[in-house]
Ligand binder design. Structure first.
Ligand code: PEP
Ligand code: MN
Length: 530
């Protein structure tokens, strides 16, 4: 974190500090425009020019660290109304390599895009000035061309390069899409982080602990939380983005958050979010998905699309199609389980066959959000292993520095330490396995789901049977009523035949079930006699 970095507007009181700065700054890569020595009159002229033009022909700021002015940064436009501004900055040598320039460039570009009528900021930088080239690239500036070869102050030759930054979502003159710097790769991703960004301390402590786990490739944090009921914590909004970006700068982890509206998209891009996801409650609504696709038209940012809450494969596929049509290329899927018509041990029933079919239809990277599938910590390990066995490309796991105190999804979040142990317990399958194995895994997953449903149904049947037993006991009715059972079995056999099942199978299965039922009811009667 950069302690106390601030961009402040220049005032006439800053004259002495301005002169000190301009006389002390390293001039190797500065333009000839800055006089040397920098006199009292130079400072007067410049401060007056700044007062007159601020917000009209430029944005001019002092870079302040602690209470000291350590640099100057500006974006100036020439008033020709060509939508273009030019950035320039200088920073005292003692303050290099601390991320100050990167952060200052980030802040001033945002102010400039907001306040000046420009949609592009250009930068001229010497090729030899690698630190500044990196600062620009980290802020999303894209190399354009060599402007000229110039002699530097120490007589060395260097190319003067032109870099461009488009305001987000706008395409360049020749219709190239906007390129963001260092997009995280979509495969082999482990995304970890809290369900919600709650406070500066919470996100920084969580991020720092996660950054020490090599498998963690991206930091998640919910900023706007879709809640089932009103009056619950709905996320920190823009303030949360400030903290999340700070966590990125502190740890170097790329950051990802959920967006549900075009306003969320705009803010997320403003705060340098590296990747976005769309939540299960948004994907169910094609209007919302289309609005997001329109807001992201031409923005080259990785986008993870969660499955819709309802088990509707076409709705999920449709979301991919909408973003593809909007020109988005880095699309991946996140499987987070589905709402189910009855209770299961999971918060959201996995129905593994659906995500597997999605990857077969669309050939996209698939991540598994085990936290939202499980809804608790106990099932995480087995579910993550299952996901890996089914050849998922990555995992999303909710982690919180103090899960029990989490404002959302407390039951399913784990500490970074627990994540480390979880990862150590998992067997990562070789990705060499071919499609056949993956297809087979899908079918096996389907069988597992069906078996699990059969088990739940059997358990429920036994439960109801026990209630009947209690009733019979209190009303002195015989346990076995053979006539009723024979009639039911005949009906089952006939229905089974209609469904293509053999009468032998129906007889065997229902005989066994009936037998177990009778035994259970018999035990209930016996207990009464004790
Ligand atoms: C989340 O990831 O915190 C979230 C709200 O997820 P989902 O959309 O899957 O419920
Ligand atoms: Mn959550």
């Amino acid at each position: 974190m950069i302690m106390n970095l601030m961009l402040k507007q220049w005032t006439i009181d800053d004259k002495a500090e301005l002169m000190a700065l301009c006389n002390a700054v390293d001039r190797t890569y500065l333009s000839d425009r800055l006089p040397y020595p920098y006199s009292d009159a130079n400072a007067d002229w410049w401060l007056e020019m700044v007062q007159m033009n601020e917000g009209k022909l430029g944005i001019f700021r002092a870079i302040v660290v602690g209470r000291r002015i350590v640099g100057s940064i500006s974006v100036e436009c020439n008033g020709k109304n060509n939508g273009k501004g030019e950035i320039g900055y200088m920073l005292l040598t003692d303050y290099w390599s601390m991320g100050i320039a990167t952060e200052s460039v980030s802040q001033i570009c945002k102010i400039a895009f907001n306040k000046l009528s420009i949609d592009r900021i250009v930068a001229k930088v010497y090729e030899l000035n690698v630190a500044s080239v990196r600062v620009l690239e980290k802020n999303g500036f894209v190399y354009d061309r060599v402007l000229e070869e110039k002699k530097l102050k120490d007589e060395e030759q260097s190319n003067l390069l032109l870099y461009n930054l488009q305001s987000h979502g706008v395409t360049t003159d020749n219709n190239q899409v906007v390129k963001r710097s260092d997009p995280p790769a979509l495969t082999n991703v482990l995304i970890a982080g809290p369900c919600s960004v709650e406070s500066e301390d919470q996100i920084l402590a969580t991020a720092q602990a996660l950054a020490k786990i090599p498998e963690v490739k991206m930091l998640r944090g919910g900023i706007w939380k879709p809640r089932t009921r009103p009056n619950a914590f709905e996320g920190r909004g823009e303030q949360g983005l400030v903290w999340l970006r700070e966590a990125k700068h502190e740890t170097g982890l790329p950051i990802i958050t959920e967006v549900a509206t075009p306003e969320h998209v705009e803010l997320a891009l403003k705060y340098d979010i590296d990747a976005l996801w769309i939540g299960a409650r948004t994907v169910v609504n094609p209007f919302s998905v289309q609005q997001l696709a329109d807001a992201l038209r031409g923005v080259d940012i990785p986008m993870f699309i969660k499955n819709p809450v309802s088990p509707d494969l076409n709705l999920w596929v449709g979301a991919f199609e909408r973003f593809k049509k909007a020109g988005m290329k880095q699309l991946a899927a996140i499987h987070r389980g589905f709402a189910y018509y009855k209770e299961t041990p999971y918060r959201n029933f996995p129905m593994w066959e659906i995500p597997i079919e999605l990857t077969q239809r669309l050939n996209v990277t698939l991540l598994t959000d085990v936290s939202h599938i499980c809804g608790n910590r106990e099932l995480l390990q087995a579910t993550a292993q299952k996901a890996l066995d089914l050849a998922t490309d990555g995992l999303m796991i909710e982690c919180h520095i103090d899960p029990d105190s989490a404002l959302t999804d407390a039951k399913q979040q784990i500490t970074p330490e627990a994540l480390k142990q979880l990862l150590a317990s998992l067997t990562f399958r070789s990705k060499q396995s071919g499609n056949a194995e993956r297809d087979l895994a899908g079918l096996r997953g389907e069988i597992d789901d069906i078996d699990s449903e059969l088990l739940q149904l059997l358990a429920r049947r036994m439960e109801v049977s026990a209630q009947i037993g209690e009733y019979k006991k209190h009303n002195n009715v015989a346990v076995v009523q053979m006539d009723r059972w024979k009639k039911i079995l005949a009906e089952h056999v006939s229905t089974g035949i209609d469904l293509g099942l053999s009468p032998l199978l129906i007889n065997k299965v229902f005989d066994a079930i009936h037998q177990a039922s009778i035994e259970r009811q018999g035990r209930i009667m016996e207990n009464d006699n004790e």
